[in-house]
Write a new protein. Structure first.
Length: 115
């Protein structure tokens, strides 16, 4: 049965991808800020003939959203960090000799305005 599944699987499609996030919203005297952390794990990838494989990887992520400022109630700010531990990983390949590396540690800040 596994051979039949392998024959129908897309080339370089991971057989398993898992994402887990936790989020904490402060309350009480510190009400407002929000912290989040997560991990995404991707199983190994390869072609149907097992002639090459990319290793699986896990990537840690972090999110921080400060409290709203009283004078700017309609604005919110957020900072996200992907690949928090700056691990080397590979997201795909177009052939055995053209492997695509994943992004290094990346900081993304955003501002949202609500009207």
């Amino acid at each position: 049965m596994e051979a039949r599944i392998r024959a129908h699987r897309r080339v370089l499609a991971a057989i398993l991808i898992i994402s887990l996030w936790v989020k904490y919203d402060a309350d009480g005297d510190f009400r407002g800020p929000s912290l989040g952390a997560g991990v995404q794990a991707v199983a190994r990838q390869g072609d149907n003939n097992s002639s090459f494989r990319l290793p699986g990887y896990a990537m840690a992520m972090y999110r921080f959203q400060p409290a709203h400022l009283p004078m700017m109630k309609n604005l919110s700010f957020q900072l996200n960090v992907r690949n928090l531990l700056d691990e080397i990983y590979y997201t795909g390949a177009t052939s055995r000799n053209a492997i695509i590396p994943g992004a290094p540690r990346t900081f993304i800040s955003s501002m949202r305005a609500e009207f």
